[in-house]
Write a protein that binds this ligand. Structure first.
Ligand code: ADP
Length: 419
């Protein structure tokens, strides 16, 4: 393809910069989620440890209140170390602790180094392991969730970007092709118009012999045909795009019709110039088709076989059945197509960037129209090539229909060939 305009590169740079910013934002979001969940779990762990300290405080206060209510007569200070003070029942205290702090357990021996001894030294306060394990699990769970949500987001964002980038590429490519198309159409219109102007002036300013006049007439007709083809293609493309391309479908026997179109095209492009060879299968093949529209398809394919091949040309048109379909293949031994261009040749305005083909006049609309018309017939158009310089083949696949009851087996092709 031709060089991209600087604005296109700018658009790409902006797009990549925006993608980068969004990716950084997503990374930052994941980081915040993980940090937040860690902070939350740390706070809950601390709250658990705080509940153990609270339990110790509650129990100590209940002991002190008990001593205050039952002072030891032998102790002046009223301290609890005196053996004589009957201490409150440990089981009741443990139940009270358990009721108020379900995660705190009273044990006779410390389980961890942080376990608090009760004020009277008869037992220790520890945290039950379940809530700690549960918190640890929750932590892993939330880290895993944040990581998987983040991964999903990153994947979704990346997928979105890939899709958007592809769309952007397509848009840019289309813009570029459109620009090429505008200059190609301008050229395509200017050339025959300029040529017609020259011939008109020649006819009116010089006295020409009969033979010369006939020659000029032939050349003018060629220019007019070129203009007619271009305008026809432009109109058909406009109709196809607006959905107003109306097809008048009717049963059509392919062989006689195809023979007629090929002969007419051969005549138009210069008899024998195509090096045309027709190969038809043994069975008569019928399709439901609009002969005029299908004629545009064949004309475009044959015109391409003419344009993109050097003399002496060898063009083969084959017709054969393939199961429920009829296949028309137009093949040439011309410039051929690179594998990367094969799926793109049917795109609107697409022209191969190879200088060899670029020197040939064209608008990049012919094959787009071919595909549109064939698809509207319920068929399919495909391009194949063994490579650049090795020729190409265009296959048109159309659904077959049975021979109409009112058509005898050996019906002459008259009506169909009129197309
Ligand atoms: P145009 O011929 O007006 O450029 P088309 O849509 O008919 O537009 O073809 C699109 C492009 O496909 C052509 O520009 C040419 O590069 C390539 N192409 C089409 N037919 C052939 C062929 N038979 N051999 C090689 N290249 C072809």
């Amino acid at each position: 393809m031709a060089n991209r305009a600087p604005t296109f590169s700018l658009q790409r740079i902006i797009f990549l910069a925006v993608s980068l910013v969004v990716c950084v934002q997503v990374g930052w979001w994941i980081n915040v989620q993980i940090r937040e969940s860690r902070r939350l779990l740390e706070a809950r762990t601390q709250a658990l440890f705080a509940s153990r300290a609270e339990a110790w405080q509650m129990d100590s206060l209940s002991i002190l209140a008990f001593i205050h209510a039952n002072p030891d007569p032998s102790s002046r200070s009223g301290a609890i170390e005196g053996r004589y003070v009957p201490l409150p029942d440990l089981r009741q205290r443990r139940d009270a602790i358990h009721r108020r702090f379900p995660h705190v357990a009273v044990v006779l021996a410390p389980i961890t180094s942080q376990d608090l001894p009760l004020l009277d030294g008869r037992a220790f306060l520890t945290l039950r392991p379940e809530p700690l394990i549960e918190l640890q699990n929750q932590r892993w769970h939330s880290v895993f969730r944040a990581a998987s949500e983040g991964a999903f987001m990153v994947a979704a964002v990346l997928l979105g970007f890939v899709v958007m980038y592809r769309k952007l590429e397509e848009e840019l490519d289309l813009k570029l092709r459109q620009r090429n198309f505008t200059s190609a159409v301008t050229h395509e219109l200017k050339t025959p118009i300029a040529s017609l102007q020259v011939w008109t002036e020649t006819l009116f300013t010089r006295s020409l012999g009969e033979e010369q006049r006939l020659r000029v007439r032939g050349l003018m007709e060629k220019d007019l045909a070129r203009l007619r083809e271009l305008v026809g293609n432009l109109l058909d493309v406009a109709r196809a795009e607006s959905g107003s391309l109306v097809l008048h479908l009717a049963p059509l026997e392919l062989e006689p019709w195809l023979r007629g179109v090929c002969e007419a095209m051969d005549e138009r492009l210069g008899p024998g110039q195509l090096g045309l060879k027709l190969e038809f299968g043994p069975d008569p093949l019928w399709v439901n088709a609009d002969p005029k529209a299908l004629g545009t398809v064949l004309e475009n394919l044959l015109s391409n076989a003419f344009k993109y091949a050097s003399e002496p040309r060898q063009t083969t048109v084959t017709l054969d059945g393939d199961g429920d379909d009829a296949l028309i293949v137009v093949s040439d031994l011309g410039h051929g197509l690179a594998p990367k261009d094969l799926p793109r040749v049917f795109h609107r305005f697409f022209r191969v960037g190879d200088e060899m083909t670029r020197q040939v006049a064209g608008t990049g609309l012919g094959l787009f129209l071919v595909k549109e018309i064939v698809t509207r017939h319920g068929g399919d158009a495909r391009a194949t090539s063994r490579g650049v310089g090795l020729g190409s083949a265009f296959t048109i696949r159309l659904p077959r229909i049975a021979r109409p009851a009112d058509q005898p087996a050996d019906a002459p092709a008259g009506e169909a060939a009129d197309a």
